[in-house]
Design a protein around this ligand. Structure first.
Ligand code: F55
Length: 829
């Protein structure tokens, strides 16, 4: 199959990629797009003008990439995700387009400071945490490796909230990231699809006896496409991220206008446009809100409509779908796609159930990111019936056919049927979206080896028994372009001098560093790089918190969403113990402890943890007896752009979740790649990191997953762990007695009580082992040669955790897709 598109002739004459040409483009853009005299321009104006100059060059390559894909018989990969945690786009786009140095120089010649200009850009924070950042890394890698990958998501007008402390408690401020417009997006007014909600299903009986269904009435809104080009690094491939924004339909407006109710019409318009208004800031609990269900269906329906349109526009038939299209579901958030594709294939294209189902299953695959019961999405049958009546019908039919099959394989096993059913009948009837995703997919993957094993043994055990071949592991990864080349330019240069640049495309090549990890000269350089990065971070800390930190001590970093299972409290107990030992006159090795992360606004326990960390930090940081031997900072508003400053400065990476709860983690990979040593539990990808870097180069501690299960079964009171542990007892007492607060004893008392009597994630039980692991870290840090050897060994052995390997795993194990590079690996125009 091929179209007659001319793949060679550029759509327009290519733009120059040298400094002079860029300078000209930036100056032109300032006048033509920003509308300003360069003499009057602000730094934000320069940001916009520069962005326009880059985007011109990207869109050129985007059109060529598209032409090539259309002309060749390539299988396309569609990534459906409610979240993309992208961060700032200018630097990423410059870097991947290969014109960063030239643009820096062009701006300098225009009298502008590049670093100051890029800092004006707001992060695109269209995600909560790991899941959203993974989606962004995957898109970048698809483009870099030349895969025909397309991202679909929602253009939230408000992204992840901005976090402030007032002065200790988290307060959320809206993230109005689009308020000054966005130079990176291409609004596609012609790519608008009507999306229906509510209404009813009408049965049509045909003469041949067959029954057909249509979904009618209800409300319609429009999904309009906004395209964000995504450039590959060192290649000319530019892929597309298509985000949907909600628009009221004209018809909908007219109805009221005709009745003369102008105000009502305008008000309703903004109500229907509210679907894409805001990202739900929850990272670990399902959101049982009607608006959330509508968001999910809205972006899924628009995306599938778009996918099928493109498929048919290219001249393919529905029978070609499995050969041309792979759709990856990023968690269950887009799982309604299974029912939607069935609806489209049957109600719109007239396929029979069996054929439609076959196609569906060959197209979809599902990535699971959590085992935690409270994070598993279920929707009340009543709600689903009201909002998506046809989909509910289809889900019933899918369930019926599925359970019939199970009955044949396991006759008389009613309990099994209940466990497997797409409908949970306990406590009201609810649709289990994970079950819908599993039955509708040909492959289901976990995101780290342990996680996938646990999926098979627990959450999906019954499904695994039915279809063992459908379950695969794809361990997460991170993009070295953002998390090394951009975040750590000095380390990048240092690596370049020693081992060249091949690792940028094939991270396994970092291994070439291994013969030199103990080399004194290399170690000295590495230490200099770390120190510079610490100074960069110290500046950010001073700007954001007013706290001054020294840069000649161990930087101990825990950056991630705040959650009980991630155990920020475990780190806090250690900080308090260090404080006590310093006050007792002990000679404790100096350190700076850095926290960063947001709490879901409705997650009171997480918010209490933030407050108490801030209060403890305040006491410690102002105690003259402590001085600069211990500092504790909670950096407000942790986001991608802050992560790129924090991660390269870290010595110690805290990955201390209760074993069995962190599906994978990806911060663990970013930190180790930048030469931080991990103190961690045997959880998620920590296990694979240990296997890669070697036991001597990581500080593993605490209960294993099976020990956690056994410990829980024993049902001991957490308090019992305090017996014979005077230092830990004192720490807990100080919290519960309000030592660190002048006005909020209640929160502290409550948190102390929680540790003593509930402690659902075994902070107290793991504390002794954790403390001991931290001491091992201190002891190693006291021997710089040994520490640096271990840190450099970590870097050399992190190749496996490249997102490029992850994406190749998906391509081979799940998508059956091959790369289609537009040009050989080389930067430039
Ligand atoms: C977002 C929305 C909802 Cl409703 C539920 C969860 C989330 C979310 O952000 N989850 C998330 O970030 N999960 C994380 O995914 C990472 C990538 O696979 C893992 O590394 C990490 O272990 C997992 O917690």
């Amino acid at each position: 199959m091929s179209t007659s598109a001319d793949t060679t002739a550029p759509p327009l004459s290519p733009l120059p990629h040298d400094t002079e040409g860029l300078k000209q483009s930036i100056r032109d853009a300032m006048v033509r797009f920003v509308g300003k005299d360069p003499k009057q321009a602000t730094q934000r104006d320069w940001l916009d003008a520069t962005s326009f100059a880059v985007r011109e060059r990207m869109i050129e390559r985007r059109l060529l990439t598209r032409r090539q894909f259309d002309a060749e018989d390539v299988k396309r990969v569609y990534y459906l995700s409610m979240e993309y945690l992208i961060g700032r786009m200018l630097e990423a786009n410059l870097r991947n387009t290969g014109i960063l140095d030239e643009t820096r120089e062009a701006l300098a010649q225009l009298g502008q400071d590049y670093d100051e200009i890029v800092a004006w850009e707001d992060d695109a924070a269209l995600g909560n945490g790991g899941l959203g950042r993974l989606a962004a890394c995957i898109l970048e890698s698809l483009a870099t490796q030349g895969y025909p990958g397309f991202g679909y998501g929602i253009r939230y007008e408000y992204g992840m909230f901005r976090q402030q402390f007032e002065p200790y408690r988290q307060v959320e401020h809206p993230d109005n990231w689009l308020r000054y417009g966005n130079p990176w997006e291409f609004p596609r007014a012609e790519r608008k699809y009507p999306i229906r909600f509510y209404g009813e299903v009408v049965e049509h009986h045909r003469n041949d006896g067959s029954v057909h269904y249509s979904w009618e009435d209800g409300e319609q809104i429009l999904a309009m496409a906004y395209d964000y080009p995504t450039a590959g690094y060192g290649r000319r491939n530019v892929n597309n991220l298509r985000l949907w924004g909600a628009k009221a339909t004209r018809d909908f407006d007219l109805r009221y206008f005709n009745e003369g109710d102008y105000i009502r019409a305008v008000a309703d318009k903004s109500q229907s446009e509210s679907i894409s208004m805001v990202l739900y800031p929850n990272d670990a609990t399902a959101i049982g809100k009607e608006l959330r269900l509508k968001q999910e269906y809205f972006f899924v329906a628009a995306s599938l409509h778009d996918i099928l349109d493109r498929h048919t526009e290219l001249g393919y038939t529905l029978d070609d779908l499995p050969h041309q299209v792979a759709i990856q579901l990023n968690d269950t958030h887009p799982a309604i796609a299974v029912a939607e594709l069935m609806r489209l294939l049957m109600d719109r294209h007239g396929l029979h159930w069996a054929r439609a189902w076959e196609l569906c299953r060959q197209v979809f695959a599902y990535t699971n990111h959590t085992l935690m019961p409270e994070a598993l999405e279920t929707w009340p049958v009543d709600l689903m019936t009201r909002v998506l009546p046809r989909h509910m019908q289809i889900i019933y039919r899918i369930n019926h056919e599925f359970l019939e099959m199970v009955r044949r394989r396991f006759p008389g096993d009613e309990e099994r049927l209940k466990r497997l059913s797409l409908i949970d009948e306990e406590g009201g009837r609810n649709v289990r979206m994970a079950h819908l995703a599993v039955v509708g997919s040909h492959q289901i993957n976990g995101v780290a080896a342990l996680h996938t094993e646990l999926l098979k043994q627990t959450l999906f055990a019954d499904f695994y028994q039915l279809w063992p071949e459908r379950f695969v592991n794809v361990t997460n990864g991170v993009t070295p372009r953002l998390w090394m080349i951009q975040a750590n330019p000095e380390l990048t240069e240092f690596l370049g001098e020693k081992i060249g640049h091949d690792w940028q495309y094939d991270l396994e090549r970092l291994r070439a560093l291994e013969p030199w990890v103990a080399d004194p000269e290399l170690q000295q350089k590495f230490q200099q790089v770390k120190r510079k990065n610490k100074e960069r971070l110290a500046t950010l800390v001073r700007e954001r918190t007013g706290i001054r930190i020294r840069t000649d001590v161990l930087f101990d970093v825990q950056i991630k969403r705040i959650h009980e299972y991630k155990r920020q409290l475990l780190k806090l107990l250690h900080v308090i113990e260090l404080y006590n030992r310093i006050r007792d006159g002990e000679n404790v090795p100096p350190r700076v402890v850095i926290f960063g992360g947001k709490a879901a606004p409705g997650y009171q326990r997480a918010k209490d943890i933030i407050q108490v960390i801030n209060e403890v930090a305040d006491v410690i940081n102002h105690d003259p007896q402590v001085g600069d031997r211990l500092k504790c900072v909670f950096i407000p508003n942790y986001e991608v752009s802050a992560a790129t400053v924090i991660i390269p400065a870290a010595d110690l990476s805290e990955q201390i979740s209760t074993a069995g709860f962190e599906a994978s983690g990806t911060g663990n990979m970013k930190l180790a790649l930048n030469g931080a040593l991990t103190v961690g539990t045997l959880d998620g990808a920590n296990i694979e990191i240990r296997d890669a870097v070697g036991e001597d180069n990581i500080f593993i501690f605490g209960m294993t997953e099976s020990e956690v299960v056994a410990h829980r079964a024993r049902g001991e009171v957490p308090e019992a762990m305090l017996a014979g542990r005077p230092a830990l007892s004192r720490t807990v007492e100080m919290i519960e007695q309000g030592y660190f607060t002048c006005d909020d004893n209640a929160t502290h008392a409550e948190l102390g009580h929680y540790l003593r009597h509930q402690d659902p994630f075994f902070v107290l039980a793991d504390y002794p082992a954790y403390r001991e692991a931290c001491e091992r870290a201190d002891a190693l840090y006291a021997q710089p040669e040994c520490w640096n050897t271990a840190a450099l060994t970590n870097i050399a052995r992190m190749g496996y955790f490249s997102i490029d390997r992850t994406v190749r795993d998906y391509a081979e194990k799940i998508w059956d897709a091959t790369p289609e590079p537009v040009a050989p690996k080389r930067n430039g125009g």
